[in-house]
Design a protein around this ligand. Structure first.
Ligand code: FES
Ligand SMILES: [Fe+2]
Length: 373
């Protein structure tokens, strides 16, 4: 069946192979994840000089390190001698230097080669040239974003542009002051599904009435299945009886100080392609980062960000966290239920998108254009 055989209400999704084929995933690694900005770490997770965190970006292991000067830097996690991974732990802290565990080549926190056995007998070895390979890094919203491309795409267009396009104005997100917020809870989900199923799921609300009973209680307009959250500038309004964005609609916390009245009692969802989702509510922010590991496995790290006062005073955030934690579990279970069908003959030509999902077609067009180079 070709696209022209479809009734006007329906458009095709990508064929199933896009969600299973290692060759497609490998192309995505080079043309999407290694070419675009990836949100790597929460800057505050690296509080002191020597703190590091390792993240997977496309095929590369990347180290983000806080230097003695307080600056964050990113490097490929590869020793310049014979390629051993410098850090094997996901996170940690070194005193002054990163030392390769193989032959002990040692790099300072700015990546320069500073010591190696017998290095003084090799005066012709340039210590900068044999330093760790740097990776582009930008800090925004309290996160460090990295890009492996030699010439990164414009951060303003790709990352900030996506948020401005959704909210109508970049200044709207500034009011939540994400960089000043603290992590009240972090949950990591290991999802047995292709990263695109997770993106597509986040982009539509056709499923909300079926699988999100708690969310549709709080946001009644989500129950009608229309992706109102994707109209520029629109935030879904809390139900009349709802007191806060919590699992039972009970009281949340004071709204963040910069949030204006027209944003109060509203929920905004933003997709920053390829791997970030931001959810804004008056008293907190839920921030998702995805790390696609293979065609059928994606790690999702989700942060619940609150004002420093809420976190430091030890207030109970559990009812607030529980709402989106359930939404995550409901969504990821749906994605995992869908993944096996991607290799079925029933899905060889793909499935279909109903009108309230048609905007997902733009995501597919974007992806196929990128993969075509
Ligand atoms: S591979 Fe790192 S010191 Fe030899
Ligand atoms: Fe959902």
């Amino acid at each position: 069946m070709t696209a022209t055989d479809l009734p006007a209400s329906l458009i095709r999704t990508l064929p199933g192979q896009y969600y299973t084929d290692p060759a497609v995933f490998s192309l995505e690694q080079t043309r999407v994840f290694e070419a675009m900005w990836t949100c790597a770490v929460r800057s505050a997770d690296l509080p002191a000089p020597g703190a590091f965190r390792k993240v997977q970006v496309g095929r590369e292991s990347v180290l983000v390190v806080r230097g003695r000067d307080g600056q964050l830097r990113a490097f490929l996690n590869i020793c310049r001698h014979r390629g051993a991974q410098i850090c094997t732990e996901d996170a940690g802290e070194v005193k002054r230097a990163l030392q390769c565990p193989y032959h002990a080549w040692t790099y300072d926190l700015s990546g320069k080669l500073v010591a190696a056995p017998n290095l003084t007998k090799m005066p012709d070895v340039d210590r900068d040239r044999y330093g760790l390979v740097p990776v582009h890094l930008r800090e925004w919203l309290g996160y460090a974003w990295v890009c492996l491309a030699d010439e990164p795409p414009s951060f303003e267009d790709d990352v900030q542009g996506a948020i401005a396009e959704r909210l109508g104005d970049l200044a709207v997100i500034d009011r939540y002051e994400l960089d000043a917020l603290s992590v009240g809870r972090r949950i990591t989900y290991d999802v047995a599904a292709n990263w695109k199923l997770i993106v597509e799921n986040f982009m539509e609300c056709y499923h909300c009435a079926t699988i999100h009973p708690e969310l549709t209680e709080v946001l009644p307009e989500f129950a009608d299945g229309y992706a109102a959250q994707y109209f520029v500038g629109h935030g879904a309004e809390f139900g009349e009886e709802v007191r806060g964005f919590t699992v039972d609609g009970s009281e949340g916390f004071d709204k963040l100080p910069g949030v204006e009245d027209d944003q109060d009692r509203r929920y905004y969802a933003i997709t920053v392609k390829p791997t970030v989702f931001v959810n804004l509510v008056p008293d907190h922010v839920i921030f998702h980062r995805m790390y696609p590991l293979s065609a059928d496995r994606t790690i999702v790290e989700c942060d619940w960000l609150y004002s420093r006062e809420v976190v430091e005073s030890g207030k109970d955030v559990s009812r607030s966290v529980e709402l989106f934690h359930r939404v995550n579990e409901q969504d990821f279970a749906a994605c995992e239920r869908t993944q096996p069908a991607m290799s079925s003959r029933a899905y060889a030509d793909g499935g279909v998108l109903v009108p309230s999902e048609h905007h997902i077609g733009a995501f597919h067009d974007w992806l196929t254009r990128r993969l075509a180079g």
